[in-house]
Design a protein around this ligand. Structure first.
Ligand code: RIB
Length: 326
């Protein structure tokens, strides 16, 4: 038991005390986001003047870790950064959010992952990623840190680290009876079949379309595409549909969760807020509908502020939004 005078790392970082809460392990990417705000996203060949520039912590993995921590999870991460200033700043930032980064390794001779992001006046974005150290997260790294997987209640991954590593982590997690959530983002045109072994697949509308090879323009299209992913072997698919809400699909059920109203400032990281929040709620309750609803509220709130990690909502904000919408 902790001495009363001693503060946990989470408390010291201004985060809620989370002992006894779901243990979420995120295996994934850590990027520095170089963000320029623009009136509209430039077309190929066009040069435009931006309104402002910010350097902000990002990476789908790290964003999801922060979202899960703010929603009350005990969160740790496995990943890699370069031995550079960005890497150091990102690790300090994650610790500040209460994420245990002792499983994040430092790679020599390669840069930390970087994303250049343009955000337009409507809050839409275009992102280009240089994966850097994220691309070195390997099977060996996972083997070395197997204990972290065994000790987790849920594992969360995305596709900004090599897909072979993701597949291997799914296998390892299943050996330890730990469920896996996979956010297949960015979506590859050809998905590795092993990725369908994840327990819950959370693609957005565009990623669902890419995975299925069919356009997804509305809820009906999402139902068809999500069902096709189930036929390919996915156990549960949750398609995030932005202002149309989200659709949770299993072989037996299909549930549409309506959207929460959102004041759109910046949508970057909204999908990550959804995945991180979903992980905490799903690990806690094992209820697909409740977890999807909780996650949809977190995703909506993440659009209210500029930047990915700074916009991740706290648990009380998510609960208040759900209560207001009842
Ligand atoms: O989902 C948003 C994230 O995608 C950004 O933070 C960027 O780093 C890219 O990984």
């Amino acid at each position: 038991m902790m001495d009363k005078k001693e503060k946990s790392e989470a408390e010291a970082a201004g985060q809620p005390e989370t002992a006894g809460n779901p243990r979420v392990l995120v295996v994934g990417s850590i990027n520095m986001d170089l963000v320029i705000r623009v009136a509209s996203i430039p077309q190929p060949g066009q040069t435009i003047a931006g309104r402002s520039f910010s350097t902000l912590p990002g990476g789908k993995g790290a964003n999801q870790a922060v979202a899960a921590a703010r929603c009350g999870g005990q969160v740790s991460m496995i990943g890699r950064v370069g031995n550079d200033d960005f890497g150091q700043r990102l690790l300090v930032g994650l610790r500040g959010y209460g994420v245990d980064v002792s499983g994040v390794m430092i790679s020599e001779g390669v840069s930390t992952g970087v994303a250049t992001i343009t955000v337009d006046d409507k809050g839409e974005n275009a992102i280009c990623i240089a994966g850097g150290a994220n691309l070195l997260v390997s099977r060996e790294d996972i083997e070395e840190q197997e204990e972290r997987i065994a000790g987790a209640d849920i594992v969360v991954m995305q596709l900004e680290i090599p897909p072979e590593t993701v597949c291997y982590t799914i296998e390892k997690a299943h050996q330890h009876q730990v469920p896996v959530i996979l956010n297949p983002a960015p979506a590859p045109e050809k998905i590795h079949p092993g990725l369908y072994q994840a327990d819950v697949l959370i693609p957005n509308q565009d990623e669902t379309a890419l995975l299925c090879g069919e356009p997804v323009n509305d809820i009906h299209g999402a139902k068809l595409a999500g069902t096709a992913l189930i036929r390919r072997g996915a156990k549960t698919v949750v398609v995030t549909l932005g202002r149309r809400g989200a659709l949770a699909i299993t072989a037996e059920h299909m549930i549409h969760v309506p959207p929460f109203s959102a004041k759109i400032v910046d949508t970057a990281g909204a999908g990550d807020a959804f995945c991180g929040a979903f992980a905490v709620a799903y690990a806690r309750e094992k209820d697909l509908f409740q977890a999807t609803r909780f996650a949809a509220a977190a995703g909506a709130l993440a659009c209210h502020k500029f930047g990915a990690q700074p916009s991740m909502p706290h648990l009380d904000m998510v609960l208040r939004l759900i209560q207001r919408s009842c």
